[in-house]
Ligand binder design. Structure first.
Ligand code: NDP
Length: 332
């Protein structure tokens, strides 16, 4: 059987390009489960992989796509049977192993999660790695004692995938949410997701020059990192916590120990890639209860494989709103 895939290759001079090709199934890497991919999603890391940045992809030709949802076609793993719906995120699929930007994927059974009944494969990819990571961050904050009655929560990078889904999930759980964005044009859509307040990124990013500022939020979810995280840490209330997810705004910031030792705040690192299976299953179960595709329609865009190289540049520029999902079979 042959299938369509977005194949990324690197030329001898280092130039990287991606094009849609038809491949035979025997080109797929080893694995116990063959999946017919119905939907994949575009994440910041896919942008890096399609542009060969960050040293994430080691061998070429490569098929990127760090998450996908689909139906099992064949399985040597007794936990999976043909026809079953599954979702995959992380495990360095799309980086070291061929990923979801194709109509077929062959992967290890250990990497898959059976799709909860209430989620379709499309809904699962509207959430994707972004939604799973936002859910894991909320779980972690709750374990640190954060709850809706404790106070408002700040979300940075709110116009992006992780940020918008964090805003939505927090609002669904009854939290008061302040959304930080650098783009005024996404403000109305964030309000419809349930945010109570919008803050302009530049206002938060301006260095206060102090090591502590007025206490404002009981917690924060931060996919941006960099200096923005440094400014957020100064403003978290006594005993609060910050879930650090990403580095869309850079990996380093000028830090002070003072918010940690005078306000007892916690900085919690969130990793979705190597997250144990049990936590993944629990998070997907919770997402299935909370998420409605209709509520998120304003921030949804469907794309074809052919559009992904262009969209990769846009996501790396921080200019994509919400989630782009990909139907690898779509040709027109
Ligand atoms: P998106 O591009 O969808 O969202 C990132 C958002 O951050 C942008 O939409 C923008 O939001 C904001 N932003 C972008 N550039 C800058 C900048 N230079 N300075 C400040 N803000 C900026 O990406 P994702 O949501 O897919 O991923 C976000 C980050 O989280 C990435 O670093 C990604 O690698 C990481 N990540 C980590 C995971 C983990 O397991 N730890 C899992 C998933 C993602 P706005 O314009 O609204 O301000």
């Amino acid at each position: 059987m042959s299938f369509r895939a977005l194949v990324t290759d690197r030329a001898a001079d280092g130039a990287v390009s991606s094009r849609v090709a038809t491949l035979d199934e025997d080109r797929l890497p080893d694995g116990e489960v063959l999946v017919a991919v119905e939907w994949s999603g575009l994440n910041y890391k896919d942008g890096l992989c399609l542009r060969s940045l960050g040293n994430l992809v080691k061998t070429y030709p490569h098929v990127a796509g760090i998450d996908f949802a689909g139906r099992v076609l064949e399985s040597e793993d007794p936990r999976y049977r043909p026809g079953q719906e599954v979702v995959l995120t992380g495990w360095r699929v799309g980086e070291l192993h061929w990923g979801g930007f194709a109509e077929r994927a062959r992967v290890r059974g250990d990497w898959l999660v059976p799709l909860p009944e209430r989620l379709s494969t499309r809904k699962a990819m509207l959430l994707g790695t972004a939604g799973l990571t936002a859910m894991l961050a909320i779980d972690r904050l709750e374990k640190a004692g954060i709850a809706p009655e404790k106070g408002p929560v700040l979300v940075t990078g709110a116009g992006g995938g992780v940020g918008s889904l964090a805003v939505y999930l927090l609002a669904r759980l009854g939290y008061r949410v302040t959304a930080v964005t650098g783009r005024a044009e996404v403000a109305d859509r964030l309000r419809r997701l349930g945010t109570s307040e919008i803050l302009d990124r530049s206002a938060l990013l301006a260095p206060s020059g102090r090591v502590l500022d007025k206490e404002q939020w009981v917690a924060a979810i931060d996919p941006v990192g960099g200096q923005l995280l440094g400014e957020v840490l100064k403003k978290v209330r006594y005993g609060g916590a910050v879930a650090a997810i990403g580095a869309a705004g850079g990996p380093t910031w000028e830090a002070s120990i003072i918010p940690f030792i005078l306000r007892g705040i916690s900085l919690l690192g969130i990793d979705s890639v190597m997250q144990p299976q049990e936590a993944r299953v629990a998070a997907w179960g919770r997402l299935a209860e909370l998420f409605s595709a209709e509520d998120y329609a304003d921030l949804t865009r469907e794309a074809r494989l052919e559009e992904l190289p262009g969209l990769a540049a846009t996501i790396l520029e921080g200019q994509l709103a919400g989630r782009v999902i990909v139907d690898p079979a779509k040709t027109d």
